[in-house]
Design a protein around this ligand. Structure first.
Ligand SMILES: [Zn+2]
Length: 198
């Protein structure tokens, strides 16, 4: 097994203009908070993150680290990832917030699928257990926020007809869904969890 390479990030600039999808991002964050699929765990650690691609570029806006408990995000709670190094587990970003340590996991989805415009990462132990190995599933050995996780996701998503959901076997409760926008990514999540959320 390879050595664990810690996530690191380098700020290009602290300035970041607001982006069109911020209102959408807050709307879907609200739904996810209400369903307790993102938020803060009993130990006070935030979980879950959302991202939106910047137009047709490879860049994306992602919720900042430790923003899980904030009901409504402003641009100061978001970071724009502008470069990724999967091997070094490193990103370059713009903004005053630190990008989520799971940024490379989001980047792997944007890299694999040009049509992916938004990604949701949430925690749901029921859906996780039900969907494990039934939908594209990363191995137990791949921990979240590692180069291994990014590589596995890129391999799983090389086929264009795969479902827009990934279960992370090595990250308990960890689910990823994606779509052309947040509306679709959220719909995929609700559709997969229809027995659970109804
Ligand atoms: Zn997670």
């Amino acid at each position: 097994m390879s050595e664990y390479i810690k996530f690191s990030c380098e700020r290009v600039t602290a300035g970041l203009d607001s982006f069109d999808a911020l209102a959408d991002l807050n709307a879907y964050r609200r739904k996810l908070l209400d369903l307790q699929l993102i938020g803060v765990d009993p130990n006070g650690v935030g979980f879950g993150n959302l991202s939106v691609r910047d137009g047709a570029t490879g860049n994306f806006y992602i919720t900042g680290s430790a923003t899980g408990g904030i009901p409504e995000l402003t641009i100061a709670d978001c970071a724009k990832v502008v470069a990724c190094d999967f091997e070094k587990n490193q990103v370059r970003y713009e903004g005053s917030a630190l990008p989520s340590s799971e940024s490379l996991t989001h980047a792997a989805i944007y890299e694999s699928n040009a049509k992916a415009g938004a990604v949701i990462h949430c925690h749901d132990s029921k859906l996780w257990a039900a969907a494990l190995n039934r939908v594209p599933t990363t191995s137990k050995a791949a921990e979240y926020g590692t180069p291994e996780m990014a590589h596995e996701i890129m391999q799983l998503l090389t086929r264009s007809d795969v479902p827009k959901i990934v279960v992370m076997a090595g990250h308990e409760g960890g689910i990823l869904t994606f779509g052309k926008d947040l509306e679709e990514a959220f719909a995929v999540l609700i559709c997969e969890g229809k027995e659970i959320y109804r």
